[in-house]
Ligand binder design. Sequence first.
Ligand code: UDP
Ligand code: MG
Length: 326
Amino acid sequence: MKESNRELPVLYLVIPCYNEEEIIVESAATIKEKINRLISSGAIAKNSKILFVNDGSKDKTFELLSDLAKKDPINIVVSLVGNSGHQNALWAGIMTASKADIIITIDADLQQDIEALDEFINCYKNGSEVVYGIRNNRDSDSPFKKFTALAYYKFMHLMGSKIMENHADYRLISRKVIDALMQYNESNLFLRGLIPSLGFPSDIVHFETKERTGGTTKYTLSKMFRLATDGITSFTIRPLRIISVLGFITMFFSMIFSILCFIEWAQGKNVKGYTTTILILLFLDGIILLSLGVIGEYLGKIYLETKNRPKYIIDSVIYKETDNED
Ligand code: UDP
Ligand code: MG
């Protein structure tokens, strides 16, 4: 295991990029300026790097990033074959940054305040192995995103997950955490749940979020939905237990109901109630289909896990060689 230098760590800033041609050059310049300031203030080692993961972009992102990497040794580009998704792109970056003492992951659009990096690094120097970035405001989100985020956190807590509220994937992890993550091989990847579950000493840093300066969100509704279900299925089987409980409850009520019907019948009354019959049928069918859906979701996840496919495939790695590289 590589011994990390806590006083002068080598930082790799890992940035997943998917179709970010509108903003990537500007973001790269801002990031480079910040990293250089951190290096000259003695916060991080001078061989710290910016590692862009091109997640199968279909626009000019890859060409723009390659230019940056060929010109300046501070930039490295890891380009994936096809779009593997944000979480897998982050994973690819984390697994490739083998020279890093610490990794900080941040989005390419820099909606997350990059000035918070100093605080992240200070927390690490004070002994934290994980530092979570927590957003102070949700002003830049649409009302729909605000509502779904809130509902999601409530639901996740109900399901027994320990995820941090208002924490996306802006976080620092140390070499110890990276080495621990390397032992995990799950395809159903949800870093926001996985990292807290490791149990390393952690701290939090608050930061302000900004509007996207260019381009649009790369999180489509279906990607958001997939992330949400992955978050649940990768950590808890509580939904399956809820199905069993629902089964017991409906069985209990249907038994009482049948006894009542039987008594009425025995008394020679006509058992009536077309509407109630239809309602009960529809209600139960709803529960059955929902339960099948939940079971199917887990079954699908088992199917994908057993295949044990790689989470990403690297197409190329681009960087500029320097003489004094260690
Ligand atoms: N991203 C990615 N692969 C994807 C979707 C998104 O690498 O399939 C990257 C994207 O380029 C950005 C980050 O993930 O750097 C977060 O995406 P975005 O800013 O669009 O999400 P939002 O901030 O709207 O939730
Ligand atoms: Mg964003």
